[in-house]
Design a protein around this ligand. Sequence first.
Ligand SMILES: Cc1cc2nc3c(=O)[nH]c(=O)nc-3n(C[C@H](O)[C@H](O)[C@H](O)COP(=O)(O)OP(=O)(O)OC[C@H]3O[C@@H](n4cnc5c(N)ncnc54)[C@H](O)[C@@H]3O)c2cc1C
Length: 378
Amino acid sequence: MRTYDYLIVGAGFFGSVLAERIANDLGKTVLVIDRRPHIGGNCYSETDQETGIEFHQYGTHIFHTSSQKVWQYISQFTDFNGYHHQVLTTHKNRVFQMPINLETINTFYGLNLRPYQVEDFLRAEIAKENIGNPQNLEEKAIALIGRPLYEAFIREYTIKQWNQDPKKLPVNIINRLPIRCSYNEDYFLDARWQGIPLEGYTKLFERLLNSANIDVETNCDYFEVRNELKYDKKLIYTGPIDRFFDYELGPLEWRSIELSKEVIEVEDYQGTSVMNYADLEQPYTRIHEPRHLHLERRYSKRKTLIFYETSKQAEGIDPFYPVSSEKNKNTLEKYKSMAKQVKNVVIGGRLGDYAYYDMDKAIAAALACYEKTIAKNQ
Ligand SMILES: Cc1cc2nc3c(=O)[nH]c(=O)nc-3n(C[C@H](O)[C@H](O)[C@H](O)COP(=O)(O)OP(=O)(O)OC[C@H]3O[C@@H](n4cnc5c(N)ncnc54)[C@H](O)[C@@H]3O)c2cc1C
């Protein structure tokens, strides 16, 4: 077996960006392995055979960033289309804009408030409950936006997401609930750049990993092959941190999602890429319709593709979202101290850090890791 300078576990953004830098900037050899049958990690995209529509297998991914460094780096590997994300939510069979903005408030209350009147209006709504020191998620949300908006848009959606009564969820799950006092519906309002890779995410990952210094093996679980793999310098591990230490301190808790696919014989099912469902009446949290991500493409006019998203405990399925609790925070701190003691191993990425990262943050973290830890120690 060939000996490599570096072994990278995980072909998501964190692992692939590091592989690209090590191979092309340092000129060292890298073996990238992933236990899934494909590269790209959670951002993986593929084309549905029946409809010809490209979809994101692990949920709709919209690239957005305000980091010039990340934008310049990633733009070497792909162009982006001009997609701007908008989120809508269905409540009692009516559609509202998210996050809550002037249109949401005016439609919901049957008002015609001006932007400068929103603050006073919400203050009066919040004052009706008089919650001084919120003790749980429900009280916190009511203290931020008042009861009617909370009950319409937050309460049942949160129950579906976390499978828990918001009264039992910790207050620190939300710090703020963004309210926009304008009609602006751009979901990533602060992002200087956003879009979807013109040729899809998988093509972008193929280009990142396209180097004579990089070999890739998919369907390859690190824990099944770790004793056979040969590398000289460093292991870069982007899987779950608790798994790396064989759950010595117990497992960390994760939430996950399940997506179930349906082909529908109409050109356009819902008129947008992501529709949230705020009520318990529908068991799913969202419906994704990926054709709307690529308005520049000519997809079939006869069929469309949708995915129902349901929130799940991550047992037996891929972990997606860390669960914010004191217990998990304490366990993570201990695992992180253990990680510091292990020589020649970098543990990172969203699974390694037990954190939610947007794609640009995962890329930024990989670039920083390369500059501060890998390139410096050559
Ligand atoms: C539902 C959902 C929607 C999202 N939408 C957006 C969005 O719209 N915009 C945005 O910016 N970000 C979004 N994200 C975040 C985005 O997915 C992450 O930023 C990105 O995936 C992080 O990359 P990563 O390399 O850290 O992790 P991953 O992409 O998860 O890569 C880690 C890889 O390690 C592999 N691995 C784990 N264990 C092993 C093992 N033992 N052996 C071999 N391989 C292993 C996994 O199979 C995986 O492929 C979303 C995330 C989720 C969950």
